[in-house]
Design a binder for this molecule. Structure first.
Ligand code: KG4
Ligand code: ZN
Length: 395
């Protein structure tokens, strides 16, 4: 089965084509084509992601990325596709520029051999999710291929199914995957602990009560004068940091009797400490590195402790750590050292937002019988909606 997947939930525009062989219990994923355009350079100027700017960029980039990915997958062959232009333009009526670009490209090729389209419909920024959905609808209409809506956070969890220990994009050995699994989702918008009883069955057991951990990294970076996105910058600076008695940040909710997190107080503690050190003329590169280090340690400590607690209580057979913050080397090393069950983390290239993970999640959705949307069928693609707050454990 071949799946084309689309991801536009935030500031990465991504399309992939996956081929899946072997069946649901031991699938083998091959990435035939995969392109991601990062908008980071554009958003860095503003210190964060602006939804309307991101939306415009997605609309501009999607047709070009599609062409690249189809060529990479050897599914781009000159020919013709007859398109009902009126319906096509109605489907994309809110995005006439994208409609024009896309039509220009796909009316001059033969319909590619693809069985399904997977598209992120939430959680994320609704204006940007809508662009991906409209793009998926236009392709579905033109090529008569059904659409499967995908939860972005499920995508992050399943990104670990591509083996991170090799350079190649091999699929992990499914016989080593035992349930239940505790999943820790750490990104710019989410910090959640999830119990996974099988692929497709998730139960959220805790989450952040305020800022997400990635958001805290980004905000602390601003205090330390580092550009957006702050995670990788903090992580680099932290490597030069040392233990310093002047820098002792709190470990929020470390001992709370639940699986919730809070990172807003930690960020505020960094802000106050920085102000105090500036007033005392102690503000230099070394103390900034010491703060980055302790902030990273504090965040990691609470993430690790709560995950360990969940492993024990739920008898987890494995742990997954996924999402943008899973790129953090310190966090990866600490989990590797202290988690007593097998640990699955994504390949570095799949920690951030990408469409490969959306294709993988789409595959399991289809296998588990989720509705597929196709014009003229029981489920009309026009019913697919963006859901900015779609929780991973909500069907
Ligand atoms: O999953 P992701 O790419 O996008 C969302 O869905 O939010 O996560 C982005 C977040 C940003 O907050 C970024 O600062 C953080 O992941 N991040 C990191 C690292 N790399 C990215 N945080 C800590 N250490 C890193 N190495
Ligand atoms: Zn994400």
């Amino acid at each position: 089965m071949r799946i084309l997947s689309i991801e536009t939930s935030c500031d990465e525009t991504a399309i992939s084509i996956l081929e899946v062989k072997g069946g649901k219990d031991s699938p083998v994923f091959s990435i035939l084509g995969d392109e991601t355009y990062s908008q980071i350079a554009i958003h860095t100027e503003y210190g964060g992601v602006f939804p309307n700017l991101a939306k415009r960029e997605h609309a501009k980039n999607l047709p070009t990325i599609l062409e690249k990915v189809l060529k990479e997958a050897h599914l781009w062959s000159q020919g013709t596709t007859s398109v009902d232009t009126e319906t096509f333009n109605t489907t994309l009526s809110r995005e006439p520029e994208m409609a024009k670009d896309l039509l220009e490209k796909i009316s001059h090729i033969t319909p590619p051999q693809i069985d399904a389209i997977a598209v992120t419909t939430g959680p994320g920024l609704e204006p940007t999710l809508w662009i991906g959905i409209m793009f998926a609808r236009a392709l579905s209409l033109t090529w008569n291929i059904p659409i499967t809506p995908v939860n972005h956070m499920e995508g992050h969890l399943l990104s670990v199914l591509i083996d991170n220990s090799t350079k190649e994009n091999n699929t992990i050995d499914f016989s080593k995957l035992h349930f239940p699994i505790v999943g820790l989702l750490v990104s710019g918008g989410h910090t959640e602990l999830v119990v996974i009883t099988r692929i497709g069955e998730y139960k959220k057991i805790g989450q952040t009560l305020d800022d997400a951990v990635g958001e805290a990294f980004d905000k602390v970076a601003r205090v330390l004068d580092l550009p957006y996105p702050g995670g990788p910058k903090i992580s680099n600076l932290a490597q030069q940091g040392k233990e310093n008695p002047l820098v002792t940040l709190p470990r929020p909710m470390l001992r709370s009797d639940d699986y919730n997190f809070s990172f807003s107080g930690l960020k505020t503690a960094v802000l106050y400490l920085s102000k105090k050190l500036q007033e005392q003329n102690l503000w230099d590169k070394q103390i900034q590195a010491d703060i980055a280090r302790d902030f990273e340690h504090a965040s990691c400590e609470v993430l690790l402790k709560k995950t360990q607690k969940a492993v024990e209580e739920f008898g987890a057979q494995a742990v997954i750590v996924a999402g943008g913050v899973a790129a953090n080397t310190h966090i990866r090393e600490e989990f590797e050292k202290h988690i007593s069950v097998p640990l699955f983390v994504p390949k570095q290239t799949l920690t951030g937002d990408n469409s490969v993970m959306i294709g993988i999640a789409g595959y399991f959705q289809i296998q588990n019988g989720a509705p597929q949307y196709l014009y003229g069928s029981e489920h009309n693609p026009d019913e697919i909606k963006a859901n900015g707050n779609w929780s991973v454990d909500e069907k």
